[in-house]
Design a protein around this ligand. Structure first.
Ligand SMILES: Cc1ncc(COP(=O)(O)O)c(C=O)c1O
Length: 392
């Protein structure tokens, strides 16, 4: 039987070739065979959602909030998101600026559908969160990576961006950054904002790690002059409240764009379950202390990592300023990130992500997720450093 035609839009989502997750898949296969593997691969907390949030979810469901919820998001959640962002950024924001989505991933897709016509060029900074190019392709646009440099600790430079901007439609950035742990500073963001204004680009700003900042301050580019009308911000309960499985995120943007994005939701997701949104409002009501408590293990492990790495000279850390990852430069070993990560997995049963999985700008690097308990994390890093020393 011949297969009926599938659209190139869907068959090309991954761009062909490896999905960059070979080490991860191999680690999972080893675990399935019963081998003990320390997994420092995916960006997920080693705690589960707070039981009090689950109680709120259950109570909301039992109270009957199990039917279709309002497609743009409940009034209470849109208001809570707007209040949080207005407080954090000083930019006047109301519920009309907020659309609730099933996670930031759905928001990223919607943002590209909203800003790019088929065939338009959508820029994104390399290294990048692994789904970015596929998300752009899925939206029918053409992904165009713009390299940042290890020598700059992956802070973007306007001069590197400028040659790509002419004729592009959008630029996707992520701060605090996955995979690098870099928090974009004011000069970097001023440079990016200048390019967006000059070339009439939409800025799509993924800020899902805004509650995980270890050094410096998180600055939302939406707060920069002339940017509120051309910026779409992605946020989510996933990382700030350890609610990855609840699939609750949002887009913040100009009211006119949000009105169109609501139409998109009506014709795609039809919103987010009401009991999940009620639980999210409850989570926000717990205030910043809950977010700080959820971020605390990563801050602690980041300090631990710096202590361990400070005792040797082979592996260099990109200064980890935010998010739940630490990016390591292993070029002194002469190995690629992929070869290093595979050999570390095979010989020591430690799984880390090769930098190459996140773009060519991160070649010769590793992304280490700080997502196992402190003792196992420290032991894994010690082994990684000893392995690097033996190979260099
Ligand atoms: C940079 C970045 N953006 C978006 C997401 C997706 O988040 P969500 O769970 O809200 O879809 C992730 C998840 O790892 C991420 O690291």
């Amino acid at each position: 039987m011949t297969q009926a035609h599938l659209s190139s839009r869907i068959t090309n989502i991954t761009g062909g070739g490896s999905d960059g997750w070979d080490v991860f898949h191999r680690a999972r296969a080893m675990i399935a065979r019963g081998l003990p593997v320390t997994e420092l691969t995916i960006g997920e907390h080693d705690i589960r959602t707070d039981p009090a949030i689950l109680d709120a979810m259950h109570a909301a469901a039992r109270a009957g909030h199990t039917g279709y919820a309002e497609v743009p998001g409940t009034r209470a959640l849109r208001r809570a998101v707007a209040a949080r962002v207005a407080r954090q950024t000083g930019v006047p924001t109301t519920e009309a600026n907020v659309l609730v989505t099933p996670g930031a991933q759905a928001a990223l897709f919607a943002a590209h559908i909203a800003t790019c016509d088929p065939g338009d060029t959508a820029l994104y900074l390399d290294p990048y969160y692994a789904t970015y190019p596929g998300t752009i392709r899925g939206a029918g646009a053409v992904p165009c990576p713009v390299p940042t440099r290890a020598a700059d600790n992956f802070q973007p430079r306007a001069a590197d961006l400028a040659p790509f901007a002419e004729g592009a439609r959008s630029l996707l950035i992520n701060t605090p950054n996955n995979p690098t742990g870099t928090v974009y500073d004011r000069p970097s963001l001023d440079g990016i904002a200048g390019i967006c204004r000059e070339h009439d680009l939409w800025l799509i700003s993924d800020e899902v790690y805004d509650s995980q900042v270890w050094q410096g301050d998180h600055l939302s580019p939406r707060a920069l002059p002339g940017m509120a009308e051309r910026t779409l911000v992605m946020g989510s309960m996933s990382k700030s409240h350890a609610m990855t499985g609840s699939r609750c995120g949002w887009i913040i943007g100009p009211e006119a764009a949000i009105t169109h994005l609501i139409n998109l939701s009506t014709h795609t997701t039809y919103g987010v379950p009401g009991f999940i949104q009620d639980a999210s409002v409850f989570a926000f009501d717990q205030g910043a202390a809950l977010e700080a408590a959820i971020a605390a293990p990563f801050r602690r492990r980041r300090d631990l990592a710096l202590q361990i790495l400070g005792r040797q000279q082979i592996v260099r850390a990109i200064p980890p300023q935010g998010a739940m990852y630490i990016m390591l430069d292993i070029r002194a070993t002469g190995m690629s990130g992929e070869d290093f990560a595979m050999a570390l997995l095979d010989e020591h049963h430690i799984a880390v992500m090769p930098g190459e999985s996140f773009g060519q700008a991160a070649a010769g690097h590793l992304r280490v997720a700080m997502t196992v308990d402190d003792d196992r994390f420290a032991a894994a890093l010690e082994t990684l450093c000893a392995f690097a020393a033996a190979r260099s």
